[in-house]
Design a protein around this ligand. Structure first.
Ligand SMILES: [Zn+2]
Ligand SMILES: [Zn+2]
Length: 280
C-alpha cells in the first residue's frame, strides 16, 4: 500500500483494462473497472464515468458485499449514467434472482456530497470521450488554537474539561481524483493543483501517441504535465492509467527524466500491470 501526503492508497490502473483506486483511510474507492478482494470492503464508491474499465465490476462489488452480509454499498455516479445503471441492475437482478441492494446517487459538477462526518466530496467536470466527473475530497479536522500548540496533553485535556475552547475546525482539500480526462481539467479547476494528493492520469509518455492523439482520445500526455510542471503545488502527485503498450520501467524512467526534480521528487508512477501479473 502506498502512503502519499499522509493518504493511504491501494490502486490498480491500466488504460483500457482496469482502474480501481482505494483510499482506505477515507473508506472509499474510485471506480470499479475490476473488483479486487480489498475493494469489497469499501462501502462508498465514487464513479467517474461509464467506460467498462472503470465501472464494469460494479455488479460484482454489490453482489459480493451482499454475500458477506456487509452494509448496502453507496455508489456515486455521473447523472448521465444513472438511468443506464438502473437498467443494468434490473437485468442482473432478473438473471441472478437476487436483490443487488445498493444506493445509487447521481451527481453533477458542483455537487457537494457528505460521505461521512467531516468528509465531503466536491464533484467537478472532467473532460473525456463520454460524460465524466472527478472528485475532490475535503476533510475537516480539529486543530489546536495557536495558544495551545505545543502545550502538554494533560493541560489541554484539563482546559477542555473546564469548557475552554482549545481547538477549531479546519477544512483541507486532502485528495482529488480526476478520472479519465484531458489536461484542461487543471486549467478549469486550479484548486486541484493545491490538493495534498492529486491523482491524475498520464496515459501516454512518448511520441508513440502524440499530444494531439492523446487529446482526441480524451487522455493526458506526459508533455502536457511537463509544460505545466511549475503549477503543481501538491505534496504528492500520483500518475495513473499508463497505457499497457509501455514497459513500466521505461515509462517511469521517461516520466522522471522529463519532470523537473522538484516535481519528480513528489511524483509516484503507478505500475501499469494488471492485478495478478505481479504488483508493486
Ligand atoms: Zn480509462
Ligand atoms: Zn475512459
Amino acid at each position: 500500500m502506498l502512503q502519499l501526503a499522509g493518504v493511504a492508497v491501494e490502486a490498480t490502473s491500466v488504460a483500457g483494462l482496469e482502474t480501481n483506486i482505494q483510499l482506505p483511510g477515507f473508506d472509499l474507492a474510485f471506480d470499479l473497472g475490476v473488483c479486487p478482494p480489498s475493494a469489497v470492503s469499501r462501502r462508498n464508491v465514487l464513479f467517474t464515468h461509464a467506460h467498462i474499465d472503470h465501472m464494469g465490476a460494479l455488479v460484482s462489488h454489490c453482489a459480493t458485499r451482499s454475500l458477506f452480509g456487509m452494509k448496502t454499498p453507496r455508489y456515486l455516479l455521473p447523472a448521465e449514467n444513472h438511468e443506464g445503471v438502473l437498467e443494468l441492475l434490473e437485468v442482473w437482478r432478473r438473471l441472478d434472482k437476487s436483490a443487488l441492494a445498493c444506493t445509487l446517487e447521481p451527481v453533477r459538477p458542483g455537487d457537494q456530497v457528505q460521505l461521512a462526518p467531516g468528509l465531503r466530496a466536491e464533484v467537478f467536470r472532467s473532460i473525456h470521450r463520454v460524460p465524466s466527473v472527478g472528485y475532490a475530497l475535503h476533510k475537516t479536522r480539529s486543530k489546536l488554537l495557536p495558544a495551545w500548540q505545543g502545550a502538554p496533553g494533560p493541560e489541554i485535556r484539563d482546559a477542555r474539561a473546564r469548557g475552554e475552547v482549545v481547538s477549531h475546525e479546519v477544512e483541507a482539500l486532502e485528495a482529488a481524483f480526476c478520472g479519465d480526462t484531458v489536461i484542461d481539467v487543471l486549467d478549469r479547476e486550479p484548486a486541484l493543483l493545491r490538493a495534498g494528493l492529486l491523482i491524475l492520469e498520464c496515459t501516454f509518455v512518448d511520441d508513440k501517441v502524440s499530444v494531439e492523439g492523446a487529446r482526441r482520445l480524451g487522455h493526458v500526455h506526459l508533455d502536457e504535465i511537463v509544460e505545466r510542471a511549475e503549477l503543481f503545488e501538491n505534496q504528492a502527485l500520483l500518475l495513473t492509467h499508463l497505457s499497457a503498450r509501455y514497459d513500466h520501467r521505461y515509462a517511469a524512467a521517461e516520466i522522471y527524466r522529463r519532470l523537473p526534480p522538484s516535481l519528480g521528487a513528489r511524483t509516484t508512477v503507478l505500475r501499469n500491470q494488471r492485478i495478478g501479473e505481479g504488483r508493486a
